[in-house]
Write a new protein. Sequence first.
Length: 228
Amino acid sequence: GHDPVNDQYKILCTIVIASDLLRSLKSEHWVFVLEAGGSWKKVVTHENYHHPHAPFTLGRSISSGSVVRYMAWRDNYHCEVVCFDVRSEELTTILVPRDVGLHVRIPVIHLKADLIEYGGKIAIFEHSYLKDGGETELWVLEKEWSRKKSLVLQPCQRHLVNDVELIVKGITQDGKVILAPPLEMSYGFYILCYDLQSNDLRKVEIQGIPQVWYDKEWLFRLEVYGRE
């Protein structure tokens, strides 16, 4: 993240020790300032921050000002939004309601949800049943969490997500969520754009990839830059 006041870039590293299914969980957090002579420094947790956590494995982070936010598991039954203030190097958390992904079986590590910005607010795009039922939910944080939308894909678009594990890669300024398949691609490159306003899903194929990339065992990482 970036501290705009002191014009410093910092790396946050979270070290987690956990038992199977997060029955026991410990974590500590370290910060590194990207400058000559920089060194790692342990983060002193905020007085309102009491719980160790494990960041979502494939989760995204979003930044606003000097604050970086990401989703994490607190234990078997709860997840939360972790807020790291890059300038003060303080950690605070916002508990996610258990109603988010209520249909997902316990433990919550089976929950598939990503942090996004929606209408200038922090939001959670929950897509645990997108590939099996075409169902998603959008939760928005104002003074408290509220379910903003419950969406079901149109039948004519269900084939785009059937049995495909998708990862949220970003969101456009007009509220379209960008989804991508796993890193192993042997059948062509594409992304899906999900318009949350109109409940419309579109496939965008990426052309011009050399055939040799498909003939060998390659791993690819798709990144989205900008929000236009």
